[in-house]
Write a protein that binds this ligand. Structure first.
Ligand code: ADP
Ligand code: C5P
Ligand code: MG
Length: 211
């Protein structure tokens, strides 16, 4: 079997999972600021590809996102892998003697096949940060976000579908990584600041240093 494109000796990959509206994007900004992560959001990369002129996947991605379904993994993994390569080519020092490059991969892997495929072809993950949030709280946040986000999926019908996909398809990924003792689980209710305190405490317990 061929080896992954990036070695864990040269880059650190942390996955960030949680239901829609659990606060992944919001907390990513804090983590980028304090821990020196490069933030890659699978959803953002898919939305950019959806509107990219010349993309053969635009309509397909739009349909999957509106239905709250998981886009075929080859598309998402290629976008992530290329974004990682782009980042490293712009900061070559990060892999040669300097500090290891850290990637925070937000909203991925949303399905077990994505997890297995990414870890075997792109890079094994160090651990997964899981934001644990009740659906009522996420729904309130998403409906509010929908007032200004312009997203095709921040509406009541899509939100219901996304919750279902999360429970049926994405939670098994968290369960699998828990079995491998690779999850930092954080309660994601309360203010942004309170949630971030819990995240920092979880990182500290695992020995993750600030940048
Ligand atoms: P995700 O990326 O997990 O879907 P976001 O970070 O986009 O979630 O957060 C969803 C919405 O909830 C955003 O409008 C954000 O400003 C808001 N939000 C995030 N965290 C909190 C929090 N702890 N309390 C209240 N609102 C929050
Ligand atoms: O993470 P975010 O909420 O931005 O994701 C929006 C949508 O993008 C998901 O509901 C899903 O349709 C798609 N997506 C995906 N695979 C991922 C991440 C997002 O199919 N790994
Ligand atoms: Mg997000």
């Amino acid at each position: 079997m061929s080896s992954p494109r990036f070695s864990p000796q040269e880059v650190t990959v942390v996955f960030l999972l949680g239901g829609p509206g659990s606060g992944k994007g919001t907390q990513s900004s804090n983590l980028v600021r304090d821990y020196g992560f490069t933030h890659l959001s699978a959803g953002d990369l898919l939305r950019a590809e959806q509107i990219r002129e010349g993309s053969e996947y635009g309509q397909l991605i739009k349909n999957y996102i509106t239905e709250g379904k998981i886009v075929p993994m080859e598309i998402t993994v290629a976008l992530l892998s290329n974004a990682m390569a782009d980042t490293l080519s712009k900061n070559p020092g990060s892999t040669s003697g300097g500090k290891k490059a850290r990637f925070l991969i937000d909203g991925f892997p949303r399905k077990l096949d994505q997890a297995v495929f990414f870890e075997s072809t792109v890079c094994p993950s160090e651990f997964t940060l899981f934001l644990d949030c009740p659906e009522e709280v996420m729904e309130t946040r998403l409906l509010k976000r929908g007032e200004t986000s312009g997203r095709d999926d921040d509406n009541a019908a899509s939100i219901r579908k996304r919750f279902r996909t999360f429970v049926e398809t994405s939670m098994p990924v968290v369960t699998e990584f828990e079995k491998q003792d690779k999850v930092i689980s954080v309660t994601a209710t309360g203010t942004v600041e309170v949630v971030y305190e819990r995240i920092q405490a979880g990182f500290e317990k695992r020995g993750v240093q600030k940048a």
